[in-house]
Design a protein around this ligand. Sequence first.
Ligand code: PAF
Length: 273
Amino acid sequence: MEKVYTVKEVREQVKAWRREGLTVGLVPTMGYLHEGHASLIKKAVEQNDKVVVSVFLNPTQFGPTEDLEAYPRDFEADCKLCESIGAAMVFHPEPSEMYAPDFCTWVDMDVLSKTLCGKSRPIHFRGVCTVVSKLFNIVTPDRAYFGQKDAQQLAIIRRMVRDLNMDIEIVGDGLAKSSRNTYLNEEERKAALILSKAVFLGKKMVEDGETSAAAVKEAMIKKIESEPMAKIDYVEAVDGLSMQPVEEIKAPVLVAMAVYIGKTRLIDNFIVE
Ligand code: PAF
């Protein structure tokens, strides 16, 4: 497996693969890889001849008071994991390789990026769309892989690809885990279970026939509030495509939440299909 640090090297290698008629999959990550990433990389290895994993802690998707500096990193462990699964290349650029000092071109999105996480993280999705577009332009993959845990991000990337006519298949994959779990101490880790309990409760209500978004949200909020260490950012039910709030739970709907456990902001969700 190759470790590559410049855009030029990626382009040369991908061109060589293309000349051999090989297909290319891209798994964009910010590093500190976990089972969720491993599952995406595995899927990519199954579906493509060559897989590039990008490990880039993208500064433009973090707000000024967010956790860019504290975000966990372990590049050597990331490389070992990628190699063991069969990735062909890890692309690990410096921020200066991705953003010139006078960088001023952004890919932004209306509507979908204004709800849920976009409300409390106003520049986040502009940074995500911009860096993902750049990675798509650099790697030119046939397929790109994203976790379903970040359901809003996945919906936004699918829409960006459709709206901007990008010739890339977007593949979503289900394993729920977050690199931010590493911030939690033992007590917080226990408290964080309240998120999956609330998801379980909401899901069960919908399966049992509840169609009122307000009723489902209220029950989930009550559940989360039963945990003293939890502070709700949002609990919301939105249309699965437009990410706009709905009153009735009628598929496709995404029921999503962001909850602070101590200083750590965690997200979770379930999808009604
Ligand atoms: O989901 C992530 O890790 C990031 O938002 C992504 C897609 C790699 C862009 O930096």
